[in-house]
Write a protein that binds this ligand. Structure first.
Ligand code: MG
Length: 466
């Protein structure tokens, strides 16, 4: 009997200590407006991305991975909270994202990945673009991050050069000046530089990321590295300018790839690679309006600001030689799934007082099990535009490639695409499959009822002008 109790104590002790030793580190590298087709391993014939390609070969390349929304602010809210942005007031039909005159932010009662991982004593840092409220009361340190360094909103904001940039982008050689965009660079909650020198921004984000990993190598950590690039205006450091001999956009992506390499190298040098999962992805599709300064969605239709595949399906790889079973995953996943996946892998509890929209992908990552995600709702500008299951996608609303002043089109009749046969959404099959159409419509109606208790629109308000 006594031996039994001792064995129990022994077992309990070792189970607990094994658990606490097993908390993996997480790194999320989140690009801004990088298209599905902008990476070598996703088919780009010119852009050289050896580090991201290596992640894809040694880890998992996901071909059907989605973002919660086709524009910046809502997409980021979806990733960090595991909830469709309609639920937390982070999508709006009035203003698409937060602006420098926005008084609001991600509501503080929302629970982010950083806050979930804090319950397991993770060190946490947000480096790069935040775009979930730039006032001190909404910055990352109020949402579970120990440290913040970055431009708090889009790098084209606070400028009267925007229209000029749009025009000049027709010229592939156009190179903007960092002074044209009066965006602040913030460390924790202090503005340390304004205008931020954007030519060195990718490099400086990378240095801070490497430093954070080095400083926290003895404890589990979560690093959210959200690049400001390749959102326009495009900037690269001197070392990368012209290096690709292709275009400025290509130089910018190749600098981001260099940055990925620095992160991987730092993990390997510190023997953290066996216990770290790195995710590389983008916040929405390419901003096609900017011509040669925008990217490519590859075979997908349209881009940023639309709920076609080009707006929301993003190039995604998971790397972690000690955790992730290599392979190509031709099943669905979403940034919404990161919160439940990281919670499970770290041993953290999921919030139980609210509705979450993410699935736990840990069995897919570690064992190549089937993905639990079987469907996806396409939300944009606080409206439900579409829905897909494993084969078919229905559209009830659409938007052209983002164009300011252009309204959402409510379709006179829904369109239906077979995403297995027609990745480019070219052939509307609505007339051929009326039963499938009505099934998908029914599921959309149920979802609309399920989000009826959403937090009101937080994006629409403006601060009064002085
Ligand atoms: Mg974006």
């Amino acid at each position: 009997m006594k031996n039994g109790i001792l064995a129990l104590i022994f077992l309990t002790f070792f189970t607990l200590s094994a658990q606490s030793d097993d908390r993996p580190n997480f790194v999320v590298i989140f690009c801004d407006d990088l298209g599905y087709g902008d990476i070598g391993s996703f088919g780009h014939p010119i852009i050289q991305t050896p580090n991201i390609d290596r992640m894809a070969v040694e880890g998992q390349k996901w071909t059907q991975f989605y973002v919660a929304d086709p524009v910046c602010t809502p997409s980021r809210a979806g990733l960090l909270t595991g909830r469709y942005p309609i639920r937390n007031g982070m999508t709006s039909s009035k203003r698409h994202v937060f602006f420098p005159d926005s008084p609001n932010g991600l509501p503080l009662e929302e629970i982010t990945i950083a806050e979930v991982l804090k319950t397991r004593s993770y060190a946490t840092a947000a480096i790069g673009k935040w775009h979930l409220g730039h006032l001190p009361k909404f910055l990352p340190q109020q949402q579970g991050f120990d440290y913040y360094f970055g431009i708090p909103y889009s790098n084209d904001m606070d400028s009267d050069q925007w229209g000029k940039y749009l025009k000049e982008a027709e010229d592939p050689d156009y190179f903007s000046k960092t002074e044209f965009f009066n965006v602040p660079l913030i460390e924790n909650s202090q503005v340390i530089e304004r205008p931020a020198d954007q030519t060195t921004i990718t490099k400086r984000y990378t240095q801070k990321a490497v430093q954070f990993i080095e400083q926290n190598k003895e404890q589990p950590f979560f690093l959210y590295l959200a690049h400001s690039m390749p959102h326009i205006p495009l900037f690269v450091s001197e070392e990368f300018r012209g290096r690709s001999k292709a275009s400025l956009y290509v130089d910018v992506i190749e600098e981001i790839d260099w940055s990925v390499g620095e992160v991987l190298k730092t993990l390997e040098k510190n023997q953290l690679d066996q216990n770290t999962i790195v995710v590389f992805t983008s916040d929405n599709g390419p901003w096609l309006l900017f011509k040669t300064h925008g990217g490519s969605a590859g075979p997908l239709r349209a881009g940023k600001g639309t709920t076609f595949e080009g707006g929301q399906r993003v190039p995604t790889v998971f790397w972690g030689p000690g955790k992730v079973t290599p392979g190509v995953i031709n099943q669905m996943g979403a940034t919404l799934d990161l919160l439940p996946t990281f919670a499970n892998l770290s041993g953290a509890q999921l919030p139980s007082d609210r509705k979450l929209d993410g699935y736990d992908l840990s069995q897919v990552l570690t064992k190549k099990a089937k993905s639990p995600r079987k469907d996806f709702y396409y939300w944009a500008f606080a409206e439900l535009h579409g829905y897909r299951n494993e084969q078919y996608k229905i559209h009830i609303k659409q938007r052209e490639v983002i164009h300011y002043g252009r309204e959402t089109i409510v379709l006179e009749r829904p369109e239906l695409y077979d995403l297995k046969a027609d990745i480019s959404e070219k052939h509307d099959l609505a007339d051929n499959f009326p039963e499938i159409l009505s099934d998908l419509m029914g599921t959309m109606d149920l979802h609309l009822k399920d989000v009826a208790d959403a937090i009101p629109d937080q994006l629409a308000d403006r601060m009064p002008k002085d």
